[in-house]
Design a protein around this ligand. Structure first.
Ligand code: PBG
Length: 328
């Protein structure tokens, strides 16, 4: 029987930051070793890459890093898009699907500083760089004395600004630093009680057109076989939390899940804080924190666990934090 030739080559759409290219090349190598056709990269600049002066929460949030890549999928110039899952909106636009997640890198946030070994070691009034509302809120909760200053740009840019002395320390995802061979910049990693990671942090997501199972069955089947099931289930639980709470960048929200040593029990934690425009009264409420665990083998079970944590977050004060943004 003649082998079906779906395509003569495969194209991966990617952003052009060093981290995005590392991730795309990683997927390129995995696919290239398993497909007869060449696998190429299509580097693209997204709106999120161009906006460097304002916080992303003020300019429309997460979709900014993925839209251009989806356009390439739509017009056929690429077959798959590789993303940091953290940057992928909770609801994909119609016509697109998340096909697979690869095994997660270290999901934790890292403390990076030339002088201070940890958050605790930073003297009162120290300056920490981050533009993430989630990081800012958790830093404030641990150390109300600090000055937290905006910090945007790709990883190299952020490290350069730290090295130029604009900040005493910055907080970055450990995963990005490790992938780029910059692990020696990590002075300490935060534990989940102090700095819970963002939904999907450290995981790499592969997005395709929703018609890919029919149009590219070989590629689709290969991606299913590369999917890392524990990561897939954990990130679905985390993303269910964000989705149920609006998934907006204007609320600080953290969600992290991991399997217990038994490999069956998924434990999910969530943290919700006051929004950017919250009143002083709401700020005084502090952070809502909740966790739950359950045996999880399917995406439906993972998402149900996510909804349990959402209910617990609401009960733990999250309801009042959410009220102004969601009237009625
Ligand atoms: N928001 C940008 C972004 N998206 C993904 C990562 C890191 C890698 C990852 O979480 O997979 C980063 C940088 C950072 O947060 O330090």
């Amino acid at each position: 029987m003649e082998q079906s030739t779906e395509h003569s080559r495969w194209v991966i759409a990617t952003r052009e930051s060093r981290l995005a290219l590392w991730q795309a090349e990683h997927v390129q190598a995995l696919l290239g070793a398993r497909l007869p056709e060449p696998v190429e990269l299509l580097g693209m600049t997204t709106r999120g890459d161009q906006i460097l002066d304002r916080s992303l929460s003020k300019v429309g949030g997460k979709g900014l890093f993925v839209k251009e890549l989806e356009t390439a999928l739509e017009d056929g110039s690429a077959h798959l898009a590789v993303h940091s899952l953290k940057d992928v909106p909770m609801e994909l636009p119609p016509g697109f699907v998340l096909a697979a997640t690869l095994e997660r890198e270290d999901p934790r946030d890292a403390w990076v500083s030339p002088r201070y070994a940890s958050l605790e070691a930073l003297p009162a009034g120290g300056v920490v760089g981050t533009s993430s509302l989630r990081r800012l809120t958790q830093l404030r909760a641990a150390r109300p004395d600090l000055r937290i200053e905006p910090l945007r740009g790709n990883l190299d840019t952020r490290l350069r600004k730290l090295d130029e002395g604009q900040y005493d320390a910055i907080v970055l995802a450990a995963a990005g630093l490790k992938r780029l061979g910059l692990a020696e910049r990590i002075r300490s990693v935060f534990d989940a009680g102090q700095m819970l990671p963002a939904a999907g942090q450290g995981a790499l997501g592969i997005e395709l057109r929703a018609d890919a199972p029919q149009r590219c069955p070989t590629l689709w089947a290969l991606l299913q076989s590369l999917n890392h099931r524990p990561t897939w289930l954990a990130v679905h639980a985390e993303r269910a939390v964000s989705r149920a709470l609006g998934g907006s960048c204007s609320m600080p929200l953290a969600a992290h899940a991991g399997f217990a040593a038994d490999g069956l029990t998924l434990r999910l934690e969530g943290v919700l804080g006051p929004g950017e425009d919250a009143s002083a009264e709401l700020r005084a409420l502090g952070l809502a924190r909740a966790e739950a665990e359950a045996p999880v083998q399917t995406v439906a079970e993972a998402e149900a666990l996510g909804l349990r944590v959402v209910a617990a977050l609401r009960a733990a004060g999250g309801d009042r934090l959410l009220a102004p943004a969601h009237p009625g």
